[in-house]
Design a protein around this ligand. Structure first.
Ligand SMILES: Nc1nc2c(c(=O)[nH]1)N(C=O)[C@@H](CNc1ccc(C(=O)N[C@@H](CCC(=O)O)C(=O)O)cc1)CN2
Ligand SMILES: Nc1nc2c(ncn2[C@@H]2O[C@H](COP(=O)(O)OP(=O)(O)OP(=O)(O)O)[C@@H](O)[C@H]2O)c(=O)[nH]1
Ligand SMILES: [Mg+2]
Length: 452
């Protein structure tokens, strides 16, 4: 792919489909001229212009707003025009067609951000975080992404680069002119350690952005007729799953997304267990339920307070924990307390949480919701997301640091320090996009949306 950066580019920047408004963006030297010809206006002022938009045959395409951001005070750092029309694909396509007619070319994916990056409006961390923000599906993740988008994460990295660059300068001078420069190895090493500790304080807060887009799997299981599907429907506020007093109503698992306080869960209702069954279909259902259990992050085991012995006999809790084979949260839900007349309650045990509720009356549901949300509590605001590219580089840096720290003998040749500090600086710069090859940059930006 060839990016000719002197071209004026055009793209639809809003999502496809019908919407209140739709935006076409132009960036580059011809933007204003194209906007003038498209609107038949003599002048386009910096800021907001009200205009009509015409095609080559003077046919009215639409009317709306033209926003002009003059170079270098724009998102891309170039002359930038936004055409705000009505949100209709036919209108937006016609506008793009007309802009191409007037000299623009279609933008590649992410080319607006690429230009912003090349014009030093944003660094690579910020550019990548715009992409994460667009793809994010939780408000809590957004809060964390904003720290990268605002440049706060980049700032930390820049401080480490700057400290190490100074150290390397002193070091290189001492290597080159050993007789002329007074150099204290102890002072150097002290500063180097301080830099390492500063780096670790950021590194320890970095979390893979894998989990950003993921939701926790919550599997609801238990014997037949205990109220699993009733709970599923109650949490989703729909009648998605069939509920009846016939044991074995749910034969296959049903899943749906659930968002609580900005956290995402994948809720899975399963077929009830009846381990003594000879019914062929029921046996298949059990197999399917077992597969779901293995994927669970949270297991809600529902028992009917009137018949709880059945469940505890069939499936003891330890067996469930073993089956899941990973760190999962286990919730023992004692349902139908309305039938016994007992109060809602929560008991925290060592390996599981026990909650007394009634799905029928809604009593105790709040306890369950809080318990689900609290699973996320270890993901505080005090973290940073890093994508695979950034994580690999951050790990490299940590390894270079430790190769200089871990040796028994800290009095290694000065070149060894200089060389490795050089590697660290290179990789930290790469995280910000400094001295990254064009091929790699194109690869990164081509994963962005068109119009971004
Ligand atoms: N209409 C519109 N809304 C949008 C965007 C956009 O490009 N257009 N954005 C696109 O992502 C986001 C906002 N980000 C933006 C970042 C910088 C500039 C900008 O013009 N910066 C100039 C001027 C700053 C100033 O006047 O203070 C600059 O940095 O020089 C615009 C939008 C979200 N909303
Ligand atoms: N009294 C009372 N009845 C409930 C409660 N929760 C569910 N039920 C009833 O229990 C019966 C079974 O509910 P379901 O939600 O279909 O149970 P299930 O666990 O999905 O059953 P299977 O799909 O057969 O495994 C229905 O008649 C529900 O109305 C509750 O808290 N109290
Ligand atoms: Mg059911």
């Amino acid at each position: 792919m060839v990016y000719n950066l002197s071209d004026t580019i055009v793209a639809i920047s809003t999502a496809k489909g019908n919407g209140g408004i739709g935006i076409v963006r132009l960036s580059g030297i011809l933007s204003v001229k194209i906007a003038r010809e498209l609107s038949e206006k003599k002048t386009i002022i910096v800021g907001i212009n009200y205009a009509s938009f015409f095609d080559a045959n003077f046919f009215l395409i639409d009317s709306g707003l033209i926003l002009f951001f003059n170079k270098p005070y724009s998102f891309t750092g170039e002359d930038l025009i936004e055409i705000h029309a009505h949100g209709n694909d036919l209108i937006l396509d016609s506008l793009v067609f007309r802009c191409v007619d007037l000299g623009a070319r279609l933008a590649y994916n992410g080319e607006f951000s690429f230009r912003a990056f090349l014009n030093n409006k944003i660094d690579l961390i910020q550019a990548e975080s715009i992409n994460s923000l667009i793809k994010s599906n939780s408000l809590n993740s957004n809060k964390i992404i904003f720290k990268s988008l605002s440049g706060k994460f980049s700032e930390f990295i820049k401080v480490v680069i700057s400290d190490l660059s100074k150290l390397k300068l002193d070091l290189d001078a001492a290597i080159e002119f050993p007789d002329h420069i007074s150099f204290s190895f102890n002072d150097f090493y002290y500063s180097f350690l301080a830099s390492y500790n500063n780096y670790l304080s950021i590194f320890d807060k970095v979390v893979s952005d894998d989990f950003l887009f993921e939701s926790l799997n919550v599997v609801i299981l238990g014997n037949v007729n205990v109220g699993k599907s009733s709970l599923f429907n109650f949490l989703l506020k729909t009648d998605r799953a069939i509920v009846s007093n016939v044991p074995g109503t749910t034969r296959d698992f049903i899943e749906s997304n659930l968002c609580l306080n900005g956290f995402n869960f994948r809720l899975i209702d399963t077929a009830g267990f009846n381990p003594f069954t000879e019914d062929f279909i029921e046996k298949i259902s059990i197999e399917r339920t077992l597969t779901q259990i293995r994927k669970a992050n949270i297991l809600i085991c529902v028992v009917d307070v009137l018949h709880e012995c059945d469940f505890l006999n069939n499936f003891n809790l330890n067996k469930l924990l073993l089956m899941a084979e990973s760190k999962i949260k286990l919730i023992l839900l004692r349902n139908k307390i309305d039938l016994l007349g007992v109060c809602k309650n929560i008991i925290h045990h060592k390996d599981y949480v026990e909650i007394f509720i009634s799905v029928k009356t809604g009593d105790g549901i709040d306890l369950l919701l809080n318990e689900l949300i609290s699973t996320f509590s270890k993901y505080t605001d005090d973290i940073y997301f890093a994508n695979k590219r950034q994580l690999n580089l951050l790990l490299n840096v940590k390894n270079y640091f430790s190769s200089l720290i871990m040796y028994d003998d800290i009095y290694k040749p000065l070149d060894f320090y200089s060389e490795n500090i050089g590697f660290i600086i290179t990789d930290l710069n790469s995280i910000l996009g400094i001295s990254v090859s064009n091929d790699i940059l194109v690869d990164i930006f081509s994963n962005f949306c068109v119009g971004k």
